[in-house]
Design a binder for this molecule. Structure first.
Ligand SMILES: Nc1ncnc2c1ncn2[C@@H]1O[C@H](COP(=O)(O)OP(=O)(O)O)[C@@H](O)[C@H]1O
Ligand SMILES: [Mg+2]
Length: 321
C-alpha cells in the first residue's frame, strides 16, 4: 500500500475536500483507493454519501477491538471509505490515550487491512499537532499539506513544515513534501499576494492551486465530490489537475513503495516541536511533565500568601496589646 497523508496546521482549509476528491480522481486511474478519516470531526464520509448520523467507524472499532476491515464501506465511486465514526465522550479519551501510548497504532491497523501493494491509502488528518498527526506522518509515503491563500495560512506554514520534517522527512524513503493552495481567489489582491508569498517559501513546492468555487461545497451538500459532479466547474478542473500531479508522485502499479520504518515517537531531528493549535499536552514533547516554572510559580505564590498572613497576624497582635 502507498500512504498519502493530507495535513494542515489549521482546520477548515479544505483537507477533507482535498482527500475525498483526490481519492475519487485517483480511483479513476484504476488505482484501488481507501480514504481513511483520522479526524474526530468525522466529515470525510459525508463527501461519499455518508450521513451525519452514521455511527460505525474506526474510532469505535479501535476502542471495541473490532477489526478496521469490518467498518470499511464502499462509495458509489468505487472508493473504499473508512470513516472516523461517532464516539462518545468517555470513549474518545480512551482512544486518544491508546494512540498516545502506542506509536505504532496506525501502522498496525493499516497493515491489518492487508491491502494490495499498489493500493493507495489517503489519510485525512486532524488539524494541528497531535499524536494522530505524528503517526500519519511517520507512516506516510507522500505528504500533501493544504493551505489557504491567506495570511493566517502563510503564518502557519513553518510550523507544519517543521512537523513534516521531523516525523516524515527524516525517515528512509521520504521525498519532498508538497503543498496545494486551496480557495485561491484570482479577483482578490490579498489572495494573489498570499499565493505569491507561499510560492516563494524556500523548499516549498506548490503542487497545485484550487480556485474558490461554490460548486465544491455544493457537491458536498449532495453527498459527493465535485470530481463526480456533471458540471465542469473551475474547482473540478483544478482538483483533477492536482490529482494528475499527485499521481506523478506515486510509484507506478507494481513498483513497491518504500517501507515506512520511522517511529512516530522517536523523531530524528532535535528541532523544537512547533507550537501550533491545541492544548498544553500537545505543546509538550510526549511524556514530559508540566513545566517546572509553573510549579515554581505556585510555590512562590503560596510563600507570598503565608508571609502576608504572618504580617497580618503580627499587626493584629500589636494592636490588641
Ligand atoms: N476550493 C473550494 N471552493 C469553495 N469551497 C471550498 C473549497 N475547498 C473547500 N471548500 C469548503 O470549505 C469548507 C471546509 O472544507 P473542509 O474540507 O471540510 O476543510 P478541513 O477538512 O480542512 O476542515 C467546506 O464547506 C468545503 O465545502
Ligand atoms: Mg476535515
Amino acid at each position: 500500500m502507498i500512504v498519502v497523508a493530507v495535513v494542515s496546521a489549521k482546520g477548515g482549509v479544505g483537507k477533507s475536500t482535498m482527500a475525498a476528491n483526490l481519492a475519487v480522481a485517483l480511483s479513476r486511474h484504476a488505482r484501488a483507493v481507501l480514504a481513511v478519516d483520522l479526524d474526530p470531526q468525522n466529515a470525510l464520509h459525508l463527501h461519499f454519501g455518508g450521513q451525519p448520523q452514521d455511527i460505525a467507524g474506526l474510532s469505535r472499532a479501535s476502542v471495541g477491538g473490532t477489526a478496521w476491515g469490518e467498518v470499511v464501506t464502499r462509495a458509489a465511486s468505487g472508493v473504499r471509505v473508512l470513516p472516523f465514526g461517532q464516539i462518545n465522550e468517555v470513549d474518545l479519551p480512551t482512544l486518544e490515550r491508546r494512540i498516545a501510548d502506542d506509536p505504532h497504532w496506525l501502522s498496525t491497523q493499516l497493515r491489518s487491512l492487508d491491502l494490495p501493494a499498489d493500493a493507495v491509502v489517503i489519510l485525512d488528518t486532524p488539524p494541528g499537532v497531535s499524536h494522530t498527526l505524528r503517526q500519519a506522518l511517520a507512516v506516510a509515503d507522500r505528504v500533501i499539506s493544504v493551505v489557504l491563500a491567506d495570511a493566517a495560512s502563510y503564518a502557519t506554514l513553518p510550523q507544519i513544515e517543521n512537523l513534516i520534517r521531523r516525523h516524515y522527512g527524516a525517515k528512509p524513503g521520504s521525498v519532498e513534501s508538497v503543498c496545494i493552495v486551496n480557495q485561491v481567489d484570482a479577483t482578490s489582491r490579498l489572495s494573489r499576494e498570499a499565493l505569491q508569498l507561499i510560492e516563494g517559501v524556500p523548499g516549498m513546492r506548490v503542487l497545485g492551486r484550487v480556485r474558490a468555487d461554490r460548486s465544491v461545497s455544493e457537491a458536498l451538500a449532495h453527498g459527493q465530490t465535485v470530481v463526480e459532479s456533471a458540471q465542469d466547474s473551475v474547482g473540478r478542473q483544478d482538483l483533477l489537475q492536482c490529482a494528475e500531479q499527485v499521481l506523478q508522485l506515486l510509484p507506478a502499479p507494481g513498483q513497491q513503495a518504500p517501507e515506512a520504518t520511522a517511529d512516530a515517537e522517536a523523531p530524528v531531528e532535535t528541532q523544537p516541536e512547533p507550537t501550533v493549535v491545541l492544548g498544553d499536552e500537545d505543546r509538550r514533547p510526549q511524556g514530559q511533565a508540566a513545566p517546572k516554572s509553573r510549579k515554581a510559580g505556585v510555590y512562590r505564590l503560596m510563600a507570598a500568601l503565608l508571609c502576608a498572613a504572618l504580617v497580618l497576624l503580627i499587626v493584629l497582635w500589636i494592636r490588641t496589646r
